[in-house]
Design a protein around this ligand. Structure first.
Ligand code: SAH
Length: 220
């Protein structure tokens, strides 16, 4: 095993167990999500200088003006996505970032299709996910506003950046019965939404106030 995967000191299993306890106290109840977050090293997705803070309940910089989502948000969004069905086949993720959310998803669903608009971030994420031997992931360097039509429809869509409104092409790429979890709104006024596609139309639930980086247009 790659030595950085083993974890020492502040990156050890004990630190992760403390994180899990905190997540349960914050209301995360899906045992599969909690177990995976206990077993998946989060620090390897971050720069060495910040690795010792990887399990704090906070978003941290990953370069290029982007942040790794805080553990609570990763857990919450994953739990919301899974609540829709016992088994998810294909999931589309917009905003690969450092790849940590991707790692959690890939261990819970059949296949993750992940789109990122900043190429160096995508490359780093790929390396880390490969180190963890997660191979049920397809990567696209592109603009998430377009989704990934070649593989649509998706049973789940998860976006880790906030647009001002739901990108229409993502709505179209959701399977009937499928669920999208996405933060919506301008900086300072974002709300996490869960959108379920019905036989005709969509159900939209407003869940909680959140803080995400903006969902941008085009590639960098
Ligand atoms: N889940 C990631 C979150 C990273 S921050 C993590 O925990 O690391 C959000 C990410 O969304 C950034 O990497 C940003 O580049 C990406 N992003 C923003 N707008 C996008 C778009 N239109 N298409 C694809 N990726 C986008």
């Amino acid at each position: 095993m790659n030595p950085s995967l083993q974890g020492i000191g502040m990156t050890s299993l004990r630190t992760r167990e403390r994180m899990i306890k905190r997540l349960s106290e914050q209301g995360i109840s899906n045992q599969n999500v909690l177990k995976l977050m206990r077993d998946t090293p989060r620090h390897i997705f971050m720069d060495e200088a910040l690795a010792s803070r990887a399990y704090e309940d906070t978003a941290l910089p990953i370069g290029y003006n982007q942040t790794i989502s805080q553990p609570y948000i990763v857990a919450k969004m994953t739990e919301l996505l899974l609540r829709s069905s016992e088994h998810l086949g294909k999931v589309l993720e917009i905003g690969t970032g450092c790849g940590y959310q991707t790692a959690i998803l890939a261990q819970l669903v059949d296949h993750v299709f992940t789109v990122e608009r900043i190429l160096p971030l995508q490359k780093k994420a790929k390396t880390h996910l490969w180190d963890l031997k997660l191979k049920n992931i397809s990567y696209q360097y592109g603009d998430g506003n377009l989704g990934w039509p070649d593989y649509a429809p998706f049973d789940g869509i998860l976006a880790t950046a906030a647009p001002s409104e739901i990108p229409p092409l993502l709505l179209l790429q959701l399977a009937i019965g499928g669920v999208m979890v996405i933060p919506i709104g301008p900086s300072g006024q974002q709300i996490l939404q869960r959108i379920t596609r019905k036989t005709s139309g969509y159900d939209i639930e407003n869940l909680e106030a959140v803080t995400f980086v903006p969902f941008l247009t085009g590639k960098e």
